[in-house]
Write a protein that binds this ligand. Sequence first.
Ligand code: PHB
Ligand code: FE
Length: 327
Amino acid sequence: MAAQQAYSASEADNYSGYRSFEVGKFSFRRDEYFAHIEWPSGQHVMSIDVFLRALQRTVAWNFFYGTLNWDSVFGTLNHYGTVDVFAGRFNPGYQDGGVDYSENFDADPLMAGFKDILDDWTNAGYDPFAAPMETDKPFGRKNGDNRAAINRLRVTAKRMVGVPGDAAPRSDETGHPINRAFLDVDQSEPVIEAEAGFEDEVCGFNLFAYLSRSDVTWNPSVCSVVRDSLYCPTSEEFILPIEHGNDRVEWFIQLSDEISWDVKDRDTGAPRAMVVMRAGDVAAMPADIRHQGFSARRSMLLVWENANSELPGIIARGEAPVIPIEF
Ligand code: PHB
Ligand code: FE
């Protein structure tokens, strides 16, 4: 199907104050509590907090790897250049009923439309990146905006946090106070004694201190890069706003506290496993699943990604296994 370009927005609604949006053959409308999504063969409603948290991740991660299920019905599938927006595509009930729908878009204009929805539908005081206990409610009629929150840039180090000229460590001065859950985390930085001339090459930083100062949840940031090997640590609290459908293997290393992962079949959503990860646990998420994390207390997680762009094809053709290791 040819990639579609444009989106359009209505005037602000007289009562709610929110604009409605047409994105290809999808339409999006919000009221005081809900997001309403329609497509040619069906319609769907989501609680606005769930919708905004998922939309925020989709925007910040630039569609990420594979499938971003915003819930069991609606989401995006990244083809890296173009993106499918779908409803019911990975939900057997919708497929059996013939009401599933998928439309392919060029990534950039779709992103522009998504950013506009996020901007218009996020009120002052509500931060879709924040844990629910750390932000106001998103409900009600339109009331200002929160551009400082929704336009935060995801950290993407070129080599590593702390390397001269690269992403900077966090501190009170950079506007990153220690989170209430991590006040006991040691803040000392490593002492590095590099040979003269190697000051830019021999570097280190305190990752626990860095994560203790994260002001967002469920937002893996690229903190070190070795070719396609990306270390993407993140701090987590409440529920991962996305059921992520993998197109490659991802490794998780639980750095503190505990996360429960609800793991399902990627295409059908059938249950596969509930994985409880405690500090020190390591897991590989297979390439044929979707997963959603639940973190009752703020926790630290290292997500290890392989950014090799050939991987989805290699795995889809069966040339590489969907699991990285067999015991
Ligand atoms: C994931 O999909 O693997 C993922 C996404 C965001 C997180 C953690 C894990 O914060
Ligand atoms: Fe994932």
